[in-house]
Design a protein. Structure first.
Length: 124
């Protein structure tokens, strides 16, 4: 498994979601069952999505140097999935939002697979 394509796609996914939440909120809100007006928490989530996207971009460019970011990405994606799935099961989140974060679950699995398959460079 190669880091560059995997983490480039992850970075682009995060960029689309984060920028979409900031720049096209009205179009996304109704589809995902979000509040009609963005709240401060929506903006914070969007910015964190973009920050993680930047981390994935850095990993794509140098997966050895930024290997620790991969673990952070797994934790972040699994935390987001747990929160959204939990709210979906409680009836507080839509199926569309749960479906969207299923991509995060898939990425988390791919990140773990990459960590298991990619050799650890000693001395770093």
């Amino acid at each position: 498994m190669q880091a560059r394509p995997l983490f480039t796609v992850a970075a682009c996914f995060n960029a689309l979601v984060g920028l979409g939440m900031l720049l096209a909120y009205d179009a996304l809100a109704s589809r995902l069952g979000l509040p009609s007006r963005p709240t401060v928490l929506v903006h914070i989530v969007a910015l964190f999505v973009l920050v993680f996207g930047y981390a994935y971009w850095r990993i794509a460019m140098d997966p050895v140097r930024f290997r620790e970011y991969i673990v952070l990405g797994v934790v972040g994606k699994l935390a987001l999935v747990a929160a959204i799935y939990g709210h979906f099961l409680a009836g507080d989140a839509t199926a569309a939002l749960a479906a969207l974060v299923t991509f995060d679950l898939a990425f988390a699995g791919l990140f773990v697979a990459y960590l298991r398959l990619a050799p650890v460079e000693r001395g770093r």
